[in-house]
Write a protein that binds this ligand. Structure first.
Ligand code: CP3
Length: 357
């Protein structure tokens, strides 16, 4: 099957630090509950997994934000937790509670049973990637993604989100050998999973290390970054005659920028606590940056949004050589007004285009 030429490749070029006419922008969780059309499709599908496991629905909600806003990328509609679900942990999404696993991994016997799942269990994801690529018709690139081995591990051991990470940290301090076994399986699984997304048509890959920042210095390197690096090392980096850039996002990773920049990724996602100008100096432009507006800026009104967008772009500095992809520093809030997203996207494009001259 032949796919159309990419009409807007600014995201890919910026991630690879090649010249761009303006700063490209996409938003973490750009397909989601802040959009009324998403809520309608989700109601029709009946549940989150009903959406994610049906290629037509997954494709539809992936494209919804692109119909409203002039975004420079689409991101596959799925979730990082489909991977442990395929490992047999039994994922459920519960109203007002978020995701939960029926069978968390807590004991040595649980770990003994764990293995890299058959990728056929995740075929619905690869089918969605193929359909989205067709429907995008080359408009913008499609980003594939997965959770980092550590972040996936947090959900597998905790069984759900956590405020103190007591379960996984108990295992980390008492039985590090067990946790290392889990993380190795997660890394091997994630390599297969992301490579299959790339073969199916994903044009960039993002690894979400959402909970890397909860680890002590030293332990972050041992239990999170080491396994993220293993994944990055195993990924297909060129497909269909084009480079496939890899983005690593460690929320709360600001103090480890220099080491993360050395994991082999092309770009690093940054949360809003990091200053982009200082970050560039620290890593000497070794990789591109993606970020890093505080998603709560969206509640400050139009003037505040324009001002803070300019601050982020100014902090990165004048570039003719790409290297910056505008995004939030974490996912968009479900309470965001979609009209304000339009303000943001348009401001990123017009302000950065004027700066690039
Ligand atoms: O960015 C996108 O638009 C692509 C889709 C996407 C989703 N989840 C859809 C989703 C992506 C990239 C994710 C990643 C994800 N999922 C992460 C890493 C990024 C981050 O936010 O740190 C994590 C930790 C998860 C786990 C997860 N999934 C949680 C904690 C929740 C519930 C809380 C919440 O924010 O809603 C989900 C559910 C989920 N995943 C929703 C969406 C749109 C909302 C589900 C719904 O429709 O009810």
């Amino acid at each position: 099957m032949s796919l159309p030429q990419l009409k807007n490749d600014i995201l890919l070029r910026s991630l690879l630090r090649e010249p761009v006419p303006y700063t490209p922008v996409w938003l973490m969780r750009q397909a989601g509950r802040y959009l009324p059309e998403y809520r309608a499709t989700r109601a029709e599908a009946g549940s989150f997994m009903g959406l994610a496991q049906n290629r037509e629905y997954a494709c539809e909600v992936t494209l919804q934000p692109l119909r409203r806003f002039d975004l420079d990328a689409a991101i596959l509609f799925s979730d990082i937790l489909t991977v442990p679900d395929a490992m047999g942990l039994g994922l459920g999404f519960y109203e007002g509670e978020g995701p939960r696993f029926a069978s968390p991994i807590r004991t040595e016997a649980d770990v003994d049973k764990l293995h890299v799942p058959d990728m056929a269990k995740l075929q619905y994801v690869f089918d969605a990637v193929e359909l989205i690529r067709q429907e995008l018709d080359g408009r913008v690139p499609l980003i594939g993604f997965a959770g980092s081995p550590w972040t996936i591990g947090c959900y597998m051991v905790e069984g759900q989100g956590s405020s103190d990470y007591r379960m996984i940290k108990s295992m980390l301090y008492a039985r590090p050998d067990l946790l290392h076994r889990i993380l190795k399986i997660n890394a091997e699984t994630t390599i297969e999973y992301l490579n299959q997304q790339i073969r199916s048509g994903a044009q960039a890959a993002m690894i979400f290390d959402s909970w890397g920042g909860v680890l002590a210095d030293g332990l972050f390197q041992e239990f999170s970054l080491h396994y993220t690096k293993m994944v990055v090392d195993g990924l297909i980096r060129e497909h269909d005659g084009r480079k496939v850039p890899v983005i690593v996002f460690t929320k709360g990773g600001g103090q480890w920028l220099e080491t993360i920049a050395e994991c082999g990724c092309d770009a690093m996602g940054l949360d809003w606590t990091v200053n982009l100008s200082q970050a560039r100096q620290r890593i000497q432009d070794k990789v591109a940056f993606q970020g890093n507006l505080d998603p709560m800026t969206m509640f400050g009104g139009e003037e505040a949004i324009r001002r803070e967008v300019r601050r982020v772009i100014d902090d990165y500095g004048v570039v003719g050589n790409g290297g910056h992809v505008f995004n939030f520093g974490h996912g968009i809030s479900r309470f965001t007004d979609p009209d304000m997203v339009k303000v943001l996207v348009d401001e990123v494009h017009s302000y950065s285009a004027a700066m690039h001259k």
